[in-house]
Design a protein around this ligand. Sequence first.
Ligand code: RRO
Length: 308
Amino acid sequence: LDLSVSWLGMQMASPLFNASGVHCRTKEELEQLRRSAAGAVVTKSCTLAPRAGNPEPRYRRTALGSINSMGLPNEGYRYYLDYAQAYDDAKPLFLSISGMTLEDTLTILAELATLKLPCLPEVNLSCPNLPGKPQLGYDFAASAEALAAISRVYAQPFGVKLPPYFDPVHFAAMAAVLNGFPLLRFVTCINSVGNGLVIDLDSEAAVIKPKGGLGGLGGDYVLPTALANVREFAVLLADKHVIGCGGVKSGAEAFMHILAGATAVQVGTCLHEEGVSAFDRIEEELAAIMQAKGYQRLEEFRGRLKTL
Ligand code: RRO
């Protein structure tokens, strides 16, 4: 049985890796991912300057997943460039970038372009948790302008992290934008489902402090939305890769993401709750499902979703 994935010239021993934001803020956490069974590593989204993020509590586990309004706490982009500079491992490394403005993102990418670092950028178009700042991915014209500017300063392959979309018209509109940029080689679907409200019945209170309790949902809440986004973009972006993210907590959901068309699959909420041993467990479960179904390689079922 072979769980390996080859894409964009990279080799992954497993299709599973962390979702940006989870277990990847510090070098210690990144090293734990590098040494784990994960097939790749992606860093916490970075900004020009280090950020403390939003006031706590800002993450809560719930029965069906998680809600967060972290507010982009990170060590500043130079910290992650340092990590990438010292990185010496065959396991692919992705650098997530989420400037507070487009100019900041361009500054980071322009610097990255001058360095020959062993990492691929995942530009975050979808942070839902910055008070007063909309998710860029929901503004198609602004996304097109951002991608044009990115392509000018960074003439190398890159990817974007997208927010969830909820209407076929929006899938088509965003796909038309994305297909205009040949250096855009992958999209990661989905970021958290933004601005949910989890209420604690006993205390009659929100469970996180920022934004009056609003935060991004992950886990079981989002699996069908994530699968729909993976499926639609896998069909609409025929010569790009889709990385699945959302609701993966066992081999079953990983299999579904790949069936929907995902090249590789990220784990967020479950990794946050379980730690890096989640990768060993989910890989074993995925292998067992493939074994039971008679599949030996991921290509044998990737994108082969049946419709009725
Ligand atoms: O840091 C966050 O609050 C955060 C980010 Br940047 C993101 O892209 N998605 C998310 O759920 N939280």
